[in-house]
Design a protein around this ligand. Structure first.
Ligand code: CAA
Length: 259
């Protein structure tokens, strides 16, 4: 992995996109590495939360790599979009919780990869935009779909058609960022949130994630039926017994085993 770094500690994987000379722009090689790395992480039961960030102080991910796209053919453009789709859908659907620690520019593909994460925490210097229409293209790594779902169709259209860059506070106001924190505190904040997630039952969380993701893209009634079934499935776990027994015994410490 020449464009990524991965550290795993106490249930948390810190995955860093590491192309600082190009402000962590995503070329095909990086997308391929990301997809392979996520495929490994999703199988690991010892990883419960993934924090995704970009190297350096200035940029999370400045988009897809324009120097690669400039001479790409339509077929190559589609191949890049499909590779990103595979990697970002994997990120969106993996059983672990994913947190984007947005430490600067999240532009184009950078905003799109952040939106494929479950939660987005923005440093005060974060900037979000979908600048593709200014480059003669359209968002191609999920922006037209995920941005509309996150902030509503009207705001998504405004951001995509104007290419306006918004700051962290505005991203928070419209629901694109979950929280804004001082830049120096970004990683500690994300790790503390990961710690609170780690206190809860792994299967309960991944089933809830599945119910939210699948239910969001279907009608309410189908979503509610899916939820009821997954709710029932969670009753088969040792963690359900442990969580409820701990409550009844008035015991604070719980020993979840992810089974
Ligand atoms: N692709 C390739 N290289 C990029 C890049 C990108 N998306 N973003 C930045 N870089 C490179 C620059 O070319 C520059 O390289 P050199 O030093 O070799 O010239 C280096 O990173 C530093 O960038 P700047 O000198 O431009 O830094 P700055 O501080 O003046 O500006 C910036 C920072 C505002 C982020 C500016 O770099 C910028 O506008 N970048 C492009 C952002 C963009 O348009 N992203 C969308 C790409 S299209 C897309 O993502 C399609 C999609 O849907 C997937």
């Amino acid at each position: 992995m020449s464009n990524l770094s991965l550290e795993i500690e106490k249930g948390i994987a810190l995955l860093t996109i590491n192309r600082p000379k190009a402000l962590n722009a995503l070329n095909s090689e990086t997308l391929g590495e990301l997809n392979a790395c996520l495929a490994e992480i999703e199988k690991r039961e010892d990883v419960r939360v993934v924090i995704l960030t970009g190297s350096g102080e200035k940029s999370f991910v400045a988009g897809a790599d324009i120097s690669e796209m400039v001479n790409a053919t339509p077929l190559e453009g589609s191949a890049m979009g499909l590779l990103a789709k595979e990697a970002f859908s994997r990120l969106e659907e993996m059983p672990q919780v994913t947190i984007a620690a947005v430490n600067g520019y999240a532009l184009g593909g950078g905003c799109e990869i952040a939106m494929a994460c479950d939660i987005r925490i923005a440093a005060e210097n974060a900037k979000f935009a979908q600048p593709e229409c200014g480059l003669g293209i359209l968002p191609g790594f999920g922006g037209t779909q995920r941005l509309a779902r996150l902030v509503g169709k009207g705001r998504a259209k405004e951001l995509i058609f104007t290419c306006d860059m918004i700051d962290a506070q505005e991203a928070y106001r419209i629901g694109l960022a979950n929280k804004v924190v001082p830049q120096a505190e970004l990683m500690d904040y994300c790790k503390a949130m990961a710690g609170r997630i780690l206190n809860n039952a792994p299967l309960g969380i991944s089933l809830a994630k599945q119910a939210i993701n699948t239910g969001y893209d279907t009608d309410l009634n189908s979503g509610l039926k899916l939820e009821a079934n997954l709710f029932g499935l969670s009753f088969s776990t040792a963690d359900k017994k442990e969580g409820m027994t701990a409550f009844l015994e008035k015991r604070k410490e719980k020993h979840f085993i992810g089974k």
